[in-house]
Design a protein around this ligand. Sequence first.
Ligand SMILES: Nc1ncnc2c1ncn2[C@@H]1O[C@H](COP(=O)(O)OP(=O)(O)OP(=O)(O)O)[C@@H](O)[C@H]1O
Length: 256
Amino acid sequence: MLAVEQFSVRIGRAEIVKPLDFSVAAGECLAVLGRNGAGKTSLVRGLAGLLAHHGRVALDGTQLDSLNAAERSRRIGYMAQGSAQPSAELTTLDMLLLAQNGSRLGWGVSTDSLTRAEEMLALLDLQPLAHRVASQMSGGQRQMVALGAALVRRPRLLLLDEPTSALDLANQLKLLEIVRDYTRREGIATVMVLHDLNLATRYADRVLMLAGGALAHIGPVRDAMRPDLLAEVFGVHCGIYQIDGGHTAIYPLATA
Ligand SMILES: Nc1ncnc2c1ncn2[C@@H]1O[C@H](COP(=O)(O)OP(=O)(O)OP(=O)(O)O)[C@@H](O)[C@H]1O
């Protein structure tokens, strides 16, 4: 459903992301992993059309570069690193309406938009924050709202850049469970940058590892979580343990 061919990002003379080929199936979550500076944000910003790039990106058979900005942003839900807010004085409901059609509450909002915004409030347990402005929320609360704004337009491709960075342990699990279930239920493609290997193992179907902007590995989670590969990509010797309930736990032992 998402087909990426010879995709690269160049800033000045530096090739920040070297030519990549990969695909993401409908209903699949792909985790993008790698060290700081490996090119993860550049990859997802490039896929979102926010950074100049080379190569081809097709979503449901349509080349994204052939679409105008409005059509592209209707098909892509993007949650930036650090969950940037459009305005500190917008409420959660305002943001969910703005993300759909550029209208604030009470400025000619359609019933459908309001219904969809309320669905997002319910999905993310955000009803208590519906009328609170962003400047009066915690960083974690803003991150949940940012996910709502990414999902509210029913995107076909969901791009999440470190979506759990401000969340407590329970909310990390909650957000990624919502993302995984939504991805499967709606048959969309999700690409998410994560730093936590345990979260990637638990919630991604496959992982793409970048090192120095180049593809280091792509494949199912179970094939990627190998001590030799983790040492090579992250520079850390890790122990990998099978624990209760069929889960895999990764524990960093020492820098390589
Ligand atoms: N505007 C820019 N100009 C020059 N170099 C840049 C620019 N933006 C990013 N880079 C460089 O591109 C490389 C990849 O950056 P990127 O933000 O994509 O990495 P990342 O894997 O997301 O890192 P992190 O895990 O720290 O968020 C880094 O070496 C960075 O210094």
